[in-house]
Design a protein around this ligand. Sequence first.
Ligand code: ADP
Ligand code: MG
Length: 521
Amino acid sequence: MLATLLSATLVALDGRVIRVEVDVAPGLPGFTIVGLGDASIREARERVRGALRNSGFMHPPRRITVNLAPADVPKTGSGADLAIAIGILIGSEQFTARAGRAALIGEVSLGGEIRPVPGLLPMVAALARRGVRRVIVPADGADEARLVGGLEVVPADTVTDAVEALRLRHRAAPTPPARVELALGGSASTAPAGPILADPAPIPDLSEVRGQMEARRALEVALAGGHGFLMIGPPGTGKTMLARTIPALLPQLSGEQALAATIVASVSGEGPLHALVRTPPFRSPHHTSSYAAIVGGGRGPVPGEVTRADGGVLFLDELAEFSRDVLEALRQPLEDGRVSIARASGSATLPARFQLVAATNPCPCGHYGDEGRCQCAQGVPERYVGRISGPLRDRIDIWVTLARMKAATLVGGPDPEPSSAVAARIAAARARQLGRPGNRLNSRVSGRALRAIAHLESVTSRRLSDLADSEHLSGRGTERLLRVARTVADLAGSDSVEIEHLEEAARWRPPSSNPPVALAV
Ligand SMILES: Nc1ncnc2c1ncn2[C@@H]1O[C@H](COP(=O)(O)OP(=O)(O)O)[C@@H](O)[C@H]1O
Ligand SMILES: [Mg+2]
């Protein structure tokens, strides 16, 4: 007989409801799945067969046809396994259920356990929008599913649990066989192969960072306004350390932003999640990460680092070491806050609105500017920093140079300010910006709006023109200067941009040709 159940799949970051129709008919034994499924769905046959047998049910020796509808939605992943398994049990009359009232999501193992799948949150949300009142999910994913209100979440560890939850009459009370540990996991999860991340060290506090006052200040301004930020300096000057303080400097996410970050985390396979993600993303992919790991791709497609950094910070350490392809691919997200991923079945667009933070040595050996220590051939340092060109250069509002520190700075001196104090100023400056009409950070306001919110007096306006002339700034360069100055003014609690704000912002221009060199302090 025919059984029809509801389940869900993912299309990019969206959940889509699918109907799983299972027909168990007389005829030659066989098991076919149709309806635009990918390889992991075809492999569902093997998982489901094992799961039923090892749960004490029968895999009926009949002609089983599974149709996944609607036909125009591509189905990926293993989340429909459970619905297929239950459909076979109902179709072969091994039990009767009011299954039409519930939906099921979960991958099954050969042993009959139900496993979590990436993207549970948006899939359950799609079911709730469709009016489904009850959903059976992997027990580990129950907290994540419950983040969606308005429907009953039933956790199930095994296929047997799911049957119990659905059953009206139990015909053949199954006795689970002794559990067999199978070498084959049968998993075809769509979880991304994790990108290569730099070591996940704990978040350092700014009170541990000594000296580097200019870079600390520039970082504060960059985070306050969401500006693209680049640190240039020899190895061991604290560039990576400074960047790693960022997660404790940014305000927590609220409402919509938290939900968006949670959906991205869920689809990226970070789950099962137990609460909304409130910490802004801080992603630091290694410079050897592949194009697909950064941009996203594959089935689904799986979000890349640019999407996983959405609403937070993408930190590219050793920026000049990233492949040219990857640097080039950052252009679109930096300009539109989105990334398009080409796939066989057309292209998908994912959100990718991140703040770029980057660090680089001034040259391949790192010692450019250190008297006599640079090993690089003539012209090499120029070409090195020159790789940060075009669109990337245009999107970095703040360039700061770090110098090697004198030993006295590292050991002596007053205790540096802690992260909490800096975070409070950043939060206040952001609140000022978001309180203005349009509620955007300064890095995101349009050029025209920027002029309006700068409130320049004529004398300040003249100073801006003078700075633009003396530094040979393009129109875009001038606008960037004003943008950063607006943030400096917001940190100072000033409604108008004043000359001192412009002058501070002007310290952080991109270098003209040679890599910049800072004197040891
Ligand atoms: N300004 C600093 N204050 C305190 N420690 C520092 C500083 N700069 C470097 N260090 C120490 O040196 C180590 C390496 O610094 P790191 O941030 O990796 O340098 P970079 O990224 O510039 O090469 C840090 O883990 C820290 O122990
Ligand atoms: Mg470093």
